[in-house]
Design a protein around this ligand. Structure first.
Ligand code: HSE
Length: 297
């Protein structure tokens, strides 16, 4: 028996919700996995991925086998990863979740969804990515002593997430190292008010609040210096009519939240980038409401 696991991209933080808010997006890593007597990893896209025991999907699968006390001789893994790596769109979370869910399915589902959510966040370190990758939708999530406390908040009103992806990478490690050890009390208050406003506004459909609600002074001001053109792209995204715009996750991608009724936003953004920001490519994504899925074959 084998399994196919499909895991969505995620955008963490959404501006104000640093390390706590994330949303699943309709761009996917699709992984097939079968037990084998050796490690056999391939990639349909010919991406440069580790093909040995250093492969993240394999490592996460092995962790599940270890937790369950089951020996693992090897796995045949075929990756079809559409989520670009190191762009702030949750590619490593998606691989972590795929490894855990795939192994769990191969073992006959010994882990509960709660176990899986906790394990994914503990391995990955970012519950704001791993939780929406599993549950889909818009989530608030935090990790405390190995347990994730989360809620999937229903969204009211339709928005597109126009995602400006640059042709350069930024590692999460580097983007986190740029942050200060301490922040001012008024900066903390600035963000917590906006993060709460963001969750409430998306739930109730009060989309006119989004521009203010994604405001942030905990991480973006420090990260923009690592993202050439990032500030300008956010500014342009808003000038073109977005409700709000922010760095996706740790960056470098930028996301503009756009009313779905604005049917020409993407083409305007494409034209603008071609002329002014040739290193950036905007694509239209929407919220994935399903989360990770597992199919047996
Ligand atoms: N909340 C995390 C960060 C997400 O901003 O560093 C990393 O993907």
């Amino acid at each position: 028996m084998g399994v196919t696991v499909k895991v969505p991209a995620t955008s963490a933080n959404m501006g104000s919700g640093y390390d706590s808010i994330g949303i699943a997006l309709d761009l996917y890593n699709v992984i097939t996995m079968e037990e084998s007597d050796h490690i056999d990893i391939s990639d349909v896209r010919d991406d440069n991925i580790p093909k040995d025991e250093n492969n993240l999907i394999y490592q996460c699968a092995k962790k599940v086998y270890d937790i369950c006390g089951k020996p693992l001789t090897g796995l045949k893994i075929v990756e079809d990863c559409a989520i670009p790596q190191t762009r702030g769109l949750g590619s490593s979370s998606a691989c972590t979740v795929a490894g855990i869910l795939g192994a769990n399915a191969l073992l006959g589902d010994p882990l509960s969804q709660e176990n899986i959510i906790d394990l994914a966040a503990s391995i990955e370190g970012h519950p704001d990515n791993s939780t929406p990758a599993i549950l889909g939708g818009f989530c608030v999530a935090l990790l405390e002593y190995g347990k994730v406390w989360s809620v999937r908040v229903p969204m009211n009103g339709t928005v597109d997430f126009i995602t400006f992806i640059p042709d350069f990478e930024l590692s999460t490690e580097k983007a986190r190292a740029a942050l200060p050890q301490k922040v001012a009390h008024h900066d903390a208050v600035f963000n917590l008010a906006r993060a709460a406003l963001l969750a409430g506004s998306l739930t109730t459909g009060k989309l006119e609040n989004v521009g203010v609600a994604v405001g942030d002074c905990l991480h973006q001001p420090y990260r923009f210096d690592l993202i050439p053109g990032g500030r300008d792209v956010v500014h342009a995204a808003k000038c073109m009519g977005a409700l709000g715009a922010f760095i996706s996750g740790a960056g470098p991608s930028i996301i503009a939240v756009v009313d779905s009724a604005d049917k020409t936003y993407l083409s305007r953004a494409q034209m603008y980038c071609e002329q002014n920001f040739p290193h950036w490519t905007p694509i239209r994504l929407t919220c994935d409401e399903v989360g990770a899925t597992v199919t047996r074959f």
